[in-house]
Design a protein around this ligand. Structure first.
Ligand code: GDP
Length: 388
């Protein structure tokens, strides 16, 4: 599916950069065009894959290229101030091929959190194509301000997009690692999951490998619907051949690869669908609260068996309580892994968001308490001054 992508703020820009790299190395072609928007010059300079002409500094009159200091109100104002510039840059990016827009932002900071929904809103007014958000939730230990920013931004993003796809930094990080040490790995995970989803609708990239039952862009658009939150599950497995090497080793060598039997391929697909749905989701949630679901199986053509995809679809229909789960395959000839991607769209049972809102309310109450204490201390000082 051909997307015009807009990365807003530091996390938004870095993830856009990583998605561009993913798209270019695999030749999938789902990024039609991209724009990075930021209030901080240094963040724009640090990008590797977004062309210079597509990097846009906003709000320089207000913050002189120094960023917002995690204040979404400033982020919102900076983007509003230069909204016509953003429109022009996105206008250069959008072509007749664009099927949807994707606004990517970290929800815990200032620029992406505040500015992302402003951009999504405006694109929704200008274009007929759907506008999606890809929002990054802060880790729980990043502190109250990040949670408060994210809790407020989620609501604004949901209101301004056709669907908000969420990725939780907290759920993704490995134990013992600080968040910033883990960003490269987390961003790889984001690129794999969202790259797999958006490649699925890019049929031209498949060449002669026409999938048995393709997932096209309209199925992705119908699954995402016109409002709500989406979580993505993913699981993959390297295919071992009898000599212990991966399937790719055999493709690259002179011998013919040993293909798995039909039964093995079916079992592999159904067990990967279970692992994808019940394992780490981009947004931890209760699968039974899903409104619409989609299942994509990718891998070497010999492993994509119809029976397996049908069985996995039936299992997912039961697990999500959705009547018509869409399902299809995406053959990748030079791949030695089979992967299953599960899209859970319109999820409503999301305890993580409840906790985020509680954390935000606690941090709000704490800020008010501190303000009151310092006002009282000031009053005491004034009274003491008057008495003496
Ligand atoms: P902004 O530039 O003001 O929009 O602020 P950031 O984009 O830095 O937003 C801060 C949030 O984004 C925090 O919750 C960080 O954990 C998260 N974040 C920052 N950089 C990255 C990154 O490269 N990857 C991911 N996954 N999250 C990031």
């Amino acid at each position: 599916m051909k997307l015009a992508m807009i990365g807003v703020g530091q996390a938004g820009g870095k993830i856009l950069d990583r998605l561009l790299e993913y798209d270019a190395t695999r030749n999938t072609g789902f990024v039609g065009h991209a724009v990075a928007v930021n209030t901080a010059t240094a963040d724009l300079t640090g990008l590797d894959h977004v062309p210079e002409r597509d990097r846009l500094l906003v709000g320089s009159a207000a913050v002189s290229g120094h960023g917002t200091g995690t204040d979404p109100e400033i982020g919102r104002e900076c983007v509003r101030e230069d909204l016509s510039e953003v429109e022009r840059a996105v206008g250069r990016a959008a072509t007749s091929e664009t099927e949807a827009f994707l606004v990517i932002a970290g929800l815990g900071g200032g620029t992406g959190s505040g500015g992302g929904p402003v951009i999504a809103d405006r694109l929704g007014e200008i274009y007929a194509e759907p506008v999606y958000g890809l929002g990054i939730l802060p880790a729980a230990d990043e502190g109250g301000i990040y949670s408060r920013n994210a809790a407020n931004s989620i609501q604004r993003f949901v209101d301004s997009t056709d669907n908000l796809l969420l990725f939780d930094n907290d759920a993704a990080r490995s134990t013992g690692e600080t968040l910033s040490e883990g960003y490269a790995e987390i961003n790889d995970e984001i690129a794999t999951r969202f790259g797999t989803l958006f490649s699925a609708g890019e049929l031209e990239a498949l060449g002669d490998d026409v999938a048995e039952s393709v997932v096209d862009s309209s199925e992705i658009i119908n699954t995402l619907g016109d409002q709500g939150l989406t979580s993505i599950g993913y699981a993959s497995e390297t295919i071992e051949t009898e000599d212990g090497g991966g399937l790719l080793d055999r493709f690259l060598g002179s011998d013919e690869p040993e293909f798995a039997s039909g039964g093995d391929a079916t079992n592999r697909i159904t067990s990967l669908a279970r692992r994808a749905t019940l394992g780490k989701l981009t947004l931890p949630c209760e699968p039974a609260s899903t409104a619409r679901a989609l299942l994509i199986v990718s891998g070497p053509p010999s492993e994509l068996n119809r029976k397996g995809i049908d069985a996995a679809r039936t299992w997912l229909e039961n697990e999500t309580d959705c009547r018509a789960v869409r399902a299809g395959d995406y053959p990748l000839r030079n791949e030695d892994r089979v992967a299953v991607l599960v899209v859970l769209s319109g999820v409503t049972d999301v305890p993580r968001i409840g906790r985020l809102q509680e954390q935000a309310a606690d941090s709000e109450a704490e800020a008010e308490r501190r303000e009151k204490t310092s006002e009282e201390a000031m009053q005491d000082l004034i009274e003491y001054g008057d008495e003496s």
